[in-house]
Design a binder for this molecule. Structure first.
Ligand code: F0G
Length: 433
């Protein structure tokens, strides 16, 4: 019924013993670092990294992403360092949503404020191995911030293509200060990805979007951290991981993480968490495919949502991620912008500051529990992918308005007691009379 397997006898291609690339469509295998490739040279299918050996939990030591070197193509990378993010308890939200156990894995606590750093530490290491001199990505913002920082760290030129007018202020500021050349494209994210794929195909840049299989190797470590920490603190693995979905790279990475652990005998097939994807209603091709039982996603040309990070109509990793959702027994759900903002406030009320896309996971869980699709007896981990400060405008709009008060302690106390003297528009008008 479920496909949580990898080939029993991996067959490395000539010239590669430990790690190689494997096409998920036609099975073609190729050495990892001989040529710069992003998709299968035979059939253009998606590639994934395969290893001769898969580690168990006993093979990991140290901290952060590189704790999991035994599951990665290198022992170390260009590091800031990344990973080792908190797995928050959120007791009020847990009681309010009504599941047995709710944890929040806050990926906004990575060095540039999003999970993208986990992919970049590995991806930029591979770029060094290949000897490329220009890195590039299309981005809704976070990938560009991470690429700019890791590119700067590695002293490599970086180019980022962004949908003009649709990227949150914090992310552009990061890409800019870390020294990336920012190209604002008149089109949405999917158009930016088309352009950067063309640049990569012409040999003009090394592509570091999640189409790059090595990015996803780094992102697997989210799953490894969740499983290890949840098991250490709760004595079991979580039943479900709920995450926001854009290009579906993380969904694909978590599925790969689980399959590798099952293959190594470190995780029983029955213990694999159900992968549950959440998209914004205005950009939900994955939800459509899961709900309609389609093998592929339909490209949405018009997409819109307050969660600009996941304003994506053509999730390129869908061929890897759709089986992940289905085979783990998960599901997918779409949430409105209002539901996203409400969840952002809920998380903030527990002290966890996230950007709108991140809050989609909690909004989706709330909806699935309310609709009876997720049982109240479950242990759930919601992934929050980016920090509140990434999108200061959305945070300010969702939060309380500042109150004007005069420079006078008694007046401030009166104001706090509800007497409107001096402060606010009324007070200012009265002051003028
Ligand atoms: N959450 C945040 C905060 C993101 O920035 C992204 C993707 C996602 C979720 C979706 O992750 O693509 O793996 O399904 N951001 C990309 C970017 C597209 O360019 O920063 P996914």
């Amino acid at each position: 019924m479920t496909d949580l397997t990898l080939p029993d006898r991996p067959e490395p291609p000539e010239g590669a013993d430990d790690v190689w690339l494997h096409c998920i469509e036609c099975g073609h295998a190729l050495p990892p670092f001989d040529d710069v490739v992003f998709t299968c040279p035979e059939c253009d299918g998606l590639l994934e990294a395969r290893y001769a050996d898969y580690p168990t939990f006993d093979d990991f030591s140290g901290e952060g992403v590189w704790r999991y070197a035994a599951a990665l193509p290198f022992d170390e990378g260009v590091s800031l360092p990344e990973g080792n993010t908190p797995l928050h308890e959120v007791p009020r939200l847990e009681a309010d949503i009504g599941v047995r156990n709710l944890r929040v894995k806050h990926e906004g606590m990575n060095p540039t404020g999003s999970f993208k750093d986990r992919g970049m530490t590995v991806g930029v290491r591979v770029a060094e191995e290949l000897g490329v001199d220009r890195l590039a990505c299309a981005s809704t913002g976070n990938t560009s911030a991470a690429l700019a920082a890791y590119g700067a760290r590695a002293d490599l030129e970086t180019l980022v293509l962004l949908p003009a007018g649709k990227v949150a202020a914090g992310k552009i500021a990061q890409a800019s200060l870390h020294g990336a050349r920012i190209l604002e494209v008149d089109g949405n994210f999917d158009a930016c990805l088309d352009r950067v794929q063309d640049l990569a195909a012409r040999g003009e840049a090394y592509l570091l979007n999640s189409l790059n299989p090595f990015r996803l190797e780094g992102q697997k470590t989210i799953g490894l951290e969740i499983l290890e920490r949840f098991r250490d603190e709760e004595g079991r693995f979580p039943d479900r991981i709920v995450l926001p979905v854009g290009n579906a790279g993380n969904t694909a990475a978590l599925y790969k993480c689980f399959r590798e652990l099952v293959h190594a005998g470190a995780l029983a097939p029955g213990d694999v968490p159900k992968l549950t994807g959440v998209q914004a209603e205005g950009a939900a091709p994955m939800v459509e495919a899961v709900r309609e039982g389609n093998a592929e996603t339909r490209r949405w040309d018009e997409v819109e949502t307050i969660a600009t990070a996941i304003r994506i109509g053509n999730p390129v990793n869908a061929p890897k991620a759709l089986p992940g959702i289905r085979e783990t027994g998960g599901t997918a759900v779409a949430v409105s912008d209002e539901e996203i903002t409400a969840a952002q406030r809920d998380l903030a009320g527990e002290g966890v500051g996230v950007e709108p896309a991140s809050a989609a996971s909690v909004a989706g869980l709330r909806k699935l529990v309310a609709e009876g699709e997720v049982s109240t007896g479950e242990d759930v981990v919601c992934l929050t992918t980016g920090h509140l400060l990434k999108d200061p405008d959305a945070a300010a709009a969702a939060g309380r308005d500042p109150e004007d008060v005069p420079n006078d302690t008694d007046a401030i106390l009166d104001h706090l007691a509800g007497k409107d003297v001096g402060g606010g528009l009324f007070g200012r008008l009265r002051g003028l009379l």
